[in-house]
Write a protein that binds this ligand. Structure first.
Ligand code: PFF
Length: 453
């Protein structure tokens, strides 16, 4: 990777990194995890995970990426030559490829619904019709795959144009658009009659729901949402410049990402209540894909100018998904460019093929192959659990051990203070969290979540 591979502007650095973080995890996954697992209590555990684990681990990834200026495997080779620490990079690549496989399928669904919204095919249907149509769609063999391949192709166009002209340019345009749509939705949702009931459902803390398993899920959600533990931020920060203030960038990204997750809840639940749907008594309405692909279209249908709201919402989801999938691809593309000395176009094409095959398997595992089970779960759910809930925190654990215990402390100090140019009062606290708090807490959460303590 040549020295010239850099993000061009400060805005580009924030837009691309926030673009990776803000995705289906915020708008689709976070609201239903929170809604099902204690509302405000889940939110508190989640915010603690972001503060205590997320920001320090993000800083750790930034140190590795900007110092080594390399892909996620080679970064560890450069910083700890002759050791096996670069296996962390391979874990990251495995997690990215697995996540890409199923993320692409759901991204394809968002395209189908965007298309339906545009062609006014969502208007005038009942909840039962939405449910039946959605089931038929996701279980069919061909159509979901077609959309996943189209989404893959859009990724290809962006990735093959490179870091500045592809990834950065896309993020600079799409991220502001995403925030504008979010704000418009927020105003709409909060001005609906009866919306306050939805807010109190979302934010009311129910501590009786907080179990060790729920804490594990909140931790996994925090890692997933912040795109941590898999080398994405190592790769992106290798494109940062020497002036980038790493701690400030990590805090800004965490803050924006968490705000979008909360905003999504603030939009979704009041709108549901205003339309007479109560997630507490109708728990099926907020489970998994149903929340955005069945319940919300039904909610929009009960508002004036429903087509406009459906189009805007599915555009929001598509934009969020696209900036995230591009970042997942970039980890592997950067690795192939460096390691196999491939051109960017060739590396991107190879990754497209691999992900196309995986997406095909994941998509079919919901329909024709749904009888195939791994530990009682469909292939799709098993891979989601294994990659998001297990691999990402394990990656985060190893990364924090590497920075806290293996890499010389002065290197982290140099990176986090821009070679002592910044007065950084938070350095000691962040380093302490990376060295002690993050590893101990991740291990404790795993042990209790799996019933070992
Ligand atoms: N952070 C993205 C989201 O919340 O949807 C998804 C994601 C992107 C997860 C990149 C993991 C990742 F490495």
């Amino acid at each position: 990777m040549g020295e010239q591979t850099k993000f061009a502007t400060k805005l580009g650095i924030i837009a691309t990194t926030v673009g990776s973080a803000v995705g289906l995890g915020n708008i689709w996954r976070f609201p239903y995890e929170a809604g099902m697992n204690g509302g405000g209590a889940f939110l508190m555990v989640y915010i603690l995970c972001v503060l205590i684990l997320g920001i320090p681990v993000m800083c750790a990834e930034f140190v590795i990426g900007r110092r080594s200026k390399s892909d996620t495997v080679d970064a560890f080779r450069k910083l700890a030559p002759g050791t096996r620490w670069h296996y962390i990079g391979y874990i990251g690549i495995l997690a990215s490829v697995l996540i890409l496989g199923y993320y692409m399928v759901i991204s394809g669904w968002t395209l189908e619904y965007l298309f339906k919204a545009f062609t006014n095919d969502l208007a005038g249907k009942t909840a039962a019709e939405f449910k039946a149509e959605q089931n038929a769609f996701i279980q069919s063999d061909f159509r979901p795959l077609l959309w996943a391949y189209i989404f893959l192709f859009i990724n290809y166009i962006i990735l093959s144009r490179g870091v500045q002209k592809g990834i950065e340019k896309m993020s600079n345009i799409l991220m502001p658009l995403l925030f504008v749509i979010l704000v418009v939705f927020c105003v709409r949702s909060l001005t609906l009659p009866g919306s306050s009931k939805g807010l109190s459902f979302f934010l009311h803390p129910d501590f009786s729901k907080i179990t060790p398993q729920v804490i594990i899920r909140a931790m996994g959600q925090a890692f997933f949402s912040l795109s941590l533990g898999m080398g994405i931020l190592i790769t992106y920060s290798s494109y940062f410049n020497a002036k980038t203030h790493l701690i400030k960038t990590a805090t800004t990204v965490a803050l924006l990402d968490t705000s979008v997750a909360i905003l999504a809840g603030v939009i979704i639940f009041p709108a549901m209540f205003a339309c007479g749907l109560n997630p507490a008594t109708d728990s099926a309405s907020v489970v998994g894909p149903d929340l955005v692909f069945v319940t919300l279209p039904n909610v929009f249908n009960q508002m004036p100018v429903s087509t406009l709201w459906s189009v805007l919402f599915f555009l929001l989801l598509t934009v969020a998904a696209l900036t995230s999938t591009v970042s997942l691809f970039e980890v592997t593309v950067a690795f192939l460019i460096n390691y196999m000395h491939m051109s960017r176009k060739k590396a991107t094409r190879i990754m497209m093929l691999i992900v196309a095959v995986l997406s095909t398997i994941f998509s079919l595992s919901i329909g024709s192959w749904s009888q195939v089970r791994i530990l009682g779960k469909t292939i799709f759910d098993a891979c989601d659990y294994f990659s998001a809930i297990i691999l990402l925190p394990v990656g985060g654990l190893l990364i924090s051990i590497f920075i806290g215990w293996v890499l010389k402390r002065h290197i982290s100090r140099e990176e986090l203070t821009n070679r002592n140019k910044l007065h950084e009062p938070l350095f000691n606290a962040i380093f302490f969290s990376i060295k002690y708090i993050a590893p101990i807490i991740i291990i404790l959460i795993f042990l209790s979540g799996f019933g070992i303590i």
